[in-house]
Design a protein around this ligand. Structure first.
Ligand code: SF4
Length: 265
């Protein structure tokens, strides 16, 4: 039996690896599927991929674990510029595809999942897969319990999601993404929350500018977020005005100091 874990760098899958290490559980291989923006730029946020490659992997290797990074042949840019040919909406045909549709992200089905699926297919031995599912996720855990070749170390050692997070903190292995988000994902993900997009724009302007440039293309799907029908330009404008606005907090602070000054004089 070969023991393998699929790892995202998130708290649950990282805590599972720590638990394997602490408890001498067998672990033969850790796999990480890295989505790419183009041939050179990762789809992971820079601070997350740095955490993965320069902090976690060297440590896991020092614990004796092999880590394999999987890549799809498709990048975000490949999919963005792919021509639409058979759309039922005639006006879309002949145009480049554009941004992923958030309700069925084509990055997930064309770039994130295929290398993982191919990897599992290539395994001819009996394999047991560790999945990072905590005891306070009963619905997801039910599926694991019913499977013969999946198991959860978080369940075995009675870990909730919060306990998994604490375990990562204990080993200084909590991804920096948790400072501004409660999930990982691609930096161009259309499902991101506003504060994550804000983080991208404020901290990785060079990546944000790439989205602005792409949004100028004549795409079949011009919306960055199809659910909210938002474009990158809409978001840029919103953030720009937010930056210019005085916050209520600033306003109150200013008024309080004015009142104080009046009282003193
Ligand atoms: S994180 Fe977002 S963009 Fe990336 S694969 Fe998942 S849904 Fe798609």
């Amino acid at each position: 039996m070969k023991y393998i874990t699929s790892w995202s760098g998130g708290k649950d899958s990282t805590a599972s690896i720590i638990l394997a290490h602490e408890n001498n559980e067998p672990l033969d291989l850790i796999i990480f599927s890295e989505v790419m923006f183009d041939k050179n730029i990762s789809g992971e946020l820079p601070e997350h991929i740095d955490f993965i490659k320069n902090k976690c992997i060297p440590l896991f290797e020092s614990w004796g674990y092999e880590v394999k990074i999987l890549h799809s042949k498709n990048t975000y840019i490949d999919l963005f510029y792919r021509m639409v040919k058979k759309s039922k909406i005639e006006s879309r045909n002949g145009k480049i595809r554009g941004f992923p549709m958030n309700m069925g992200c084509h990055m997930n089905s064309n770039a994130k999942i295929p290398p993982i699926r191919e990897f599992w297919k290539s395994q001819d031995e009996n394999v047991m897969q560790y999945v990072g599912i905590a005891i306070d996720e009963p619905l997801r855990l039910d599926r694991v319990v019913q499977s013969e070749n999946q198991t959860s170390l978080l369940q075995k050692y009675g870990y909730t999601e919060q306990m998994a997070k604490n375990k990562c903190i204990e080993y200084d292995l909590l991804s920096p993404i948790y400072e501004f988000a409660n999930r990982g994902g691609c930096w161009f993900c259309p499902n991101q929350k506003m504060q994550e997009l804000r983080h991208l724009r404020d901290n990785h302007r060079e990546l944000w500018n790439k989205l602005i440039l792409l949004s100028k293309e004549d795409c079949a799907n011009p919306y960055f977020n199809t659910f909210r029908k938002t474009t990158v330009d809409d978001l840029e404008e919103q953030f720009m005005w937010e930056d210019k606005q005085m916050t209520i907090f600033d306003y109150e602070k200013e008024n309080i100091s004015e009142v104080k000054n009046e009282t003193v004089t």
